[in-house]
Design a protein around this ligand. Sequence first.
Ligand code: UDP
Ligand code: GLC
Length: 372
Amino acid sequence: MSGKILFVDQSGGMGGAEMGLQDIAAHFRARCSVLLLSDGIFRERLEARGVSVRVLEMPAAVRGVAREGKFSAGMSALPGLLRPVARGYSLARAHDVLYANTQKALVVACLLGAAARRPVIWHLRDILSLEHFQSWLIALAAFLGNRACARVIANSRATAGSFVRAGGWPDRLRVVYNGIDASEFEVAPAEIARDGKFLVGLFGRLAPWKGQHVLLEALALAPDVDAIVVGDALFGEDAYAAKIRRLADQSRVRLLGFRPDAYALVRACDAIVHTSVAPEPFGRVVVEGMLAGRPVVAAAAGGVPEIVEDGVSGLLVPPGDAAALAAALGRLRDDPALCKRLGEAGRRHAMAHFSLRAMLAGVESVVEEVLR
Ligand code: UDP
Ligand code: GLC
């Protein structure tokens, strides 16, 4: 097939949604463009992989609409969308299908799709629940998914379920798990100063729901464990980032900020933790730990139990339970054989179920369905 795809993503920085889209767009590079609603390192990375990118900066009123934002703020941002949509019109006309990768991108893609009369695919990478969004945003997302999208791709069964619970129609829904190129974990481990203690790594942007504070609490209960926390605030969570920096100053955690070489750092750790206190839609960082052959301890909610089988391919703990996390870390620290067993089983499982090839095939089949 040869229809042209216009991907739309709101972020200039790299979150999991952008890591995923980077691989998808690179795969389709001969017949796609990416429209970004904000400039940044994501554009550079896409261009480095030969993907053509256009940036349409959004006015401040649109940029300011947040997941926890009020309905009135959303409504007053609407007029601000008209200009960018008018400017994106000819780009949309030059493609056969629009593909929204984030929530704001969904709104823009649906407006562009309606104006340019092009079908829209929505890659839903969020759990549409009150833990993550205001109710009006959930209703808007379900409405657009039903009325303005030809297909909705969910990144896990948990995410798909949240779409249906929000009123989304199941007939257009497809689950395509994230896939990650296992060969990228053949990199040399990053050099980190170590004093012989068991070293765990927590990767991901700093945000209250990602729960970095839970690791800090757990470490107070697990004296022989050291930790690195890798990632930075990406979507305006600066107050939380400041709080984590303050807490880290009083502990032995090292905050490394956002690192483009995250995979080399994963390889330098003895175990990987995941601490989200709200259901994680998917959780690339969990799969990445597994692909690196490290035992993972992850919060059992959202898509995570679809990735990790407790005691077999990793350990699951209740979200927000610092004592359970500390106990799991203590178990791993004291039992190298358990680490090896979980790490090896995790790697095998992740390679079999979360391969880049399977994700690309899944996305491609949805795109072709729509183009037909
Ligand atoms: N990541 C990174 N550098 C960092 C922190 C995180 O490259 O400093 C990457 C990480 O390797 C993962 C992604 O960011 O691929 C986070 O994706 P995930 O799905 O876990 O969470 P999201 O941010 O999408 O909610
Ligand atoms: C989102 C989710 C994350 C998921 C990523 C890739 O950003 O928060 O859980 O892994 O998208 O689909």
